[in-house]
Design a protein around this ligand. Structure first.
Ligand code: GUN
Length: 281
């Protein structure tokens, strides 16, 4: 069996039409939905990510500002910038790009963002709301993965979902979202004794490790749905995910590519969260 692709570019394009319509409706009421993206330092990958986020806003009728700060910015200075953005009525969503320089406590900065503007969904209040099934912002990457499963009409009820990776940004919130849809969820990580034994039981595998080829075809149950959150580089510099794509594709029923899979969906869900923040104000 050759898996069908879940095309994150095509799905994003569909969702972004709705985003643009909602943004236009808000503008009609005199509200221009606004996102502030804060970048500290000059990490090359972060620069690309923030540029893509700002451009996606501009292309879909949202207002966006990009604040760039030198790596030497102090924690106190960053906290005061966040506070200014909390108070700024033209800004509905605030995103501080991670990672931050080592001298800044990222947790403290995230907690300083108003939870009403936490469109990344990283705030403890957002994580807690997801955990107990209350309304709140969902982290964009796992939210995008859920939309990809929705797009193929996949019913998670009673299915076994295996999430590989336990980060606060992807693995843990992903597990909560799958659980909320009545999947039986296993979270695997670097200390899991027998990863292959776990993934072979999975109807759905979400790989979010950041290591190339960590999920190979012999680890996948025939017909499983495989979602690749990885963002890695091959030896010749090409973007690739965590999955041995060409081989896993011959075993899975559905698979997400890298590039063109989860990546564009992450940005799309950031737009959706920003709109929601603006609609709620
Ligand atoms: N760094 C890598 N991914 C993300 C993300 O989704 N949000 C933020 N703020 N930083 C990141």
């Amino acid at each position: 069996m050759t898996a069908q692709l879940i095309d994150g570019i095509a799905l994003s394009a569909q969702l972004r039409i709705q985003v643009a319509q909602r943004a236009a409706a808000l503008r009609g009421r005199g509200v221009v939905p606004g996102l502030a993206v804060v970048l500290v330092g000059d990490d090359p990958a972060s620069q690309v990510y923030v540029r893509n986020k700002v451009k996606a806003c501009q292309d879909n009728g949202l207002h966006s500002i990009l604040e760039r700060h030198p790596a030497a910015l102090t924690e106190a200075e960053l906290l005061s910038r966040v506070e200014a953005l909390n108070q700024d009525p033209s800004i509905h969503g605030i995103l501080v790009q991670l990672p931050l320089p080592a001298h800044i406590d990222a947790h403290k900065v995230i907690e300083a963002i108003s939870s009403a503007k936490d469109v990344d969904g990283f705030h403890v209040a957002s994580a807690g709301a997801l955990m107990v099934g209350r309304p709140g912002f969902w982290p964009c990457t796992p939210y995008g993965c859920m939309k990809m499963l929705d797009s193929i009409g996949y019913d998670l009820k009673g299915k076994h979902a295996v999430v590989i990776g336990r980060s606060n940004i992807v693995g843990k919130p992903m597990a909560m979202m799958l659980l909320q849809k009545n999947a039986t969820v296993t979270i695997c990580h670097s200390a899991t004794a027998d990863l292959k034994a776990m993934t072979l039981q999975a109807d759905v595998v979400v790989a979010a490790v950041g290591k190339r080829n960590m999920l190979t075809a012999d680890m996948v149950k025939p017909g499983a749905v495989v979602i690749d959150v990885g963002m890695n580089r091959t030896d010749d510099g090409k973007l690739c995910g965590d999955i041995d794509f060409n081989a896993v594709r011959e075993v899975a029923s559905f698979i997400t590519p890298v590039p063109g899979g989860v990546g564009p969906m992450t940005i799309t869900m950031l737009l959706v969260n920003t709109l929601e923040a603006a609609e709620q104000m």
